[in-house]
Write a protein that binds this ligand. Structure first.
Ligand code: ADP
Ligand code: MG
Ligand code: ZN
Length: 609
């Protein structure tokens, strides 16, 4: 920081005294103070040439001062009645005026100092508790902590079970180790990388590991540290952070919890006026655009809520590479358990596979905690080593808490979910024109989803035909069909599938004009709600069709959904063996990818067209 800018208290005090001396100096130092009685004597002897009288003083000049006498004098007035009395008794008297100078000084200076002190205290607090007067002058500086290799000591070995993400980040490390030769073929390394995943899956750990592996300076800051009270402070911090980074390149900037600062900007909505956040975000966008990855700076960032990020942040050239750090599957959990159990005394006979099998849905952080809990259980029973029973006891203890948080499934529910998801995949496999299934998983994901089936569109599609919509509905209802066939029950797990299938059927009748009895008529007036249309239903909207038509639409929707369900049931019934097999594999491995499904579906009886 600039030493000249430092506020000097001494200057302030000096200036203050200077002012006091100039205003008060004259009368105090150049005149003689005399008693009032002497003044009266002088007056009677005609020795005074002129006087100036104010409230409590008489200042005057002598006609001809003698010897050491000063020409000017001052005296304090005394009440005339008392003066007469005193004169009568020959008393020498004078009035004393309490010196107002120090009183004035106190009444001015004390408040000034109190306010100055308060202000200083406040500023220092906001400056992050730095010592000295410089605290508040440095509000605009970034609070990024700089780590270098030897500080973090975390390497890729410490992060387990997320192999895909690790592969991608290794590429970044290679680049940072040798930025120059990396670009020899003209390839451009992404400058912004966003780690996305649920809390506790090791995103922060990954970022540290990248720095540890690459051995370059590592600026770590949390998104919330940019959020400040004053407009402009956050933006200044961003600027400062990138400035520092440029000096230290090649290096990594890591912004943890990006969502705190990268929230989508409001479109003149309710929260307009939140200028500070917007300015900070804009500054970040500017800085991201303002450097080239060939300079050797990589911006790494982590969030567990990518959906609320401002779209501008995710644009090409900014955080254009997203790496998913998901909950680990069983194999991954074994790896993570190995990493963490290396730090405790483990009975060599303990099967970590079994522990992993008991902990579906656990994240890396949960597993790290589990190892610790198991160690505590073992300590309590005064054992020398931790064995499987300690783990099961610890799991039981943790699951109750986690169930609320993460929706951990009991074995029976897991089985239902496995059949359900396999049902989706199987129906998709049976329909020649449906999108191929990319991945089936029973690892719970996000809010509410107990498992998921990802279909990979073969190509970008903007139009869909009646047939394709029908296929989509059948796949959506495949989950319910499988549950019905195997367990002969309906469960709540299909609610979302049903809602989506119903939406499709409804749109077919009311918007796409695909129902012959209703004709090619649009019954649905899409007004676009306040918050941007799609999905926003206006309850007061004027219905533009008759009761009979409404009934017909409902019947058509019901018919279509029922038919799709029937179709799914038929397909699954024909391939029941494969469904059983697939569900079993899913329960074991938790995730099946395209290749697994290909071998599984080799003997599939497809729908004949
Ligand atoms: P996130 O930032 O994704 O919320 P963290 O990186 O803070 O999660 O993880 C918290 C802790 O959990 C880590 O310090 C580590 O001990 C443990 N952990 C999480 N994921 C893993 C993993 N993949 N391998 C090893 N340990 C992990
Ligand atoms: Mg984190
Ligand atoms: Zn489903």
């Amino acid at each position: 920081m600039n030493p000249k800018a430092r506020f000097n208290l001494a200057y302030l005090i000096f200036a203050f005294f200077l002012i006091v001396c100039f205003t008060r100096g004259g009368p105090i130092y150049s005149s003689a103070h005399i008693p009032f009685s002497e003044f009266q004597t002088l007056l009677e002897g005609n020795k005074i040439s002129e006087v100036v009288i104010n409230d409590n003083q008489i200042i005057g000049k002598l006609k001809d001062p003698q010897g050491s006498e000063k020409k000017q004098f001052a005296t304090n007035r005394v009440e005339p009645d008392i003066a007469k009395l005193l004169d009568a008794h020959g008393v020498k008297y004078s009035r004393v005026i309490q010196n107002g100078f120090f009183k004035d000084l106190l009444s001015w200076v004390v408040p000034v100092f109190v306010f100055f002190g308060l202000w200083l205290l406040l500023m220092r607090r906001m400056g992050g508790g730095r010592g000295g007067m410089g605290g508040f002058m440095s509000v605009g500086q970034s609070k990024a902590k700089i780590y270098v290799e030897k500080d973090t000591k975390v390497t890729f070995k410490d992060v387990a079970g997320v192999e895909e993400a690790k592969e991608e980040l290794k590429e970044i490390v290679d680049f940072l180790k040798d930025p120059k030769s990396y670009g020899r073929l003209g390839a451009r390394v992404p400058k912004g990388i966003l780690l996305v995943g649920p809390p506790g899956t090791g995103k922060t750990l990954f970022a540290k590991a990248v720095a540890g592996e690459a051995g370059v300076p590592f600026f770590s800051i949390s998104g919330s540290e940019f959020v400040e009270m004053f407009v402009g402070v956050g933006a200044a911090r961003v600027r400062d952070l990138f400035e520092q980074a440029r000096k230290k390149a090649p290096c990594i900037i890591f912004i943890d919890e990006l969502d705190a600062l990268g929230r989508a900007r409001s479109v003149g909505g309710f929260s307009a006026g939140n200028d500070e956040k917007e300015q900070t975000l804009n500054q970040l966008l500017v800085e991201l655009d303002g450097f080239d990855s060939s300079t050797g700076i990589i911006v790494l960032s982590a969030t567990n809520r990518p959906e609320i990020l401002d779209p501008a942040l995710l644009r090409a050239g900014r955080f254009d590479r997203q790496i998913l750090v998901d909950r680990p599957d069983k194999k991954g959990r074994v790896e993570i358990l190995k990493v963490h159990s290396g730090k405790v005394k483990l009975d060599p006979g303990t099967s970590l596979e079994q522990v992993a099998a008991l902990t579906p849905g656990f994240t890396g952080a949960d597993l790290a905690n589990l190892v610790n809990e198991a160690a505590l259980v073992a300590t309590r029973r005064k054992a020398e080593q931790i064995n499987l029973s300690d783990f099961t006891a610890a799991i039981e203890r943790m699951v109750a808490g986690l169930e609320k948080k993460n929706r951990l499934l009991n074995p029976e529910e897991r089985k239902v979910v496995a059949y359900h998801e396999m049902g989706h995949a199987l129906v998709a496999g049976c329909l020649p024109s449906a999108d191929p299934v990319h991945k089936v998983s029973i690892i719970p994901r996000g809010m509410g989803a107990l498992g998921y089936t990802l279909q990979r569109p073969a190509e970008d599609r903007y139009l869909m035909t009646l047939e394709e919509l029908g296929n989509k509905m059948a796949v959506l209802l495949g989950g319910r069909a499988a549950e019905k066939l195997i367990f002969n029950h309906f469960s709540t797990g299909a609610a979302d599938d049903i809602a989506r299938a119903t939406d499709i059927a409804r749109s077919m009748a009311t918007r796409y004009g695909m129902e012959s009895s209703l004709g090619s008529v649009s019954y649905d007036s899409e007004t676009g709600g306040y918050l941007g249309g799609a999905g926003a239903v206006n309850p007061f909207q004027y219905r533009r069709y008759s009761e009979e038509t409404a009934r017909e639409i409902d019947l058509s929707v019901k018919e279509r959904v029922n038919q799709a369900l029937l179709r799914a049931v038929t397909l699954i019934d024909a391939n029941r063996g494969i469904l059983e097999q697939g569900a079993q594999q899913l329960l074991e491995k938790e995730t099946l990818v395209e290749e697994d499904l290909k071998t599984l579906f080799a003997t599939l009886k497809r729908e004949s067209t």
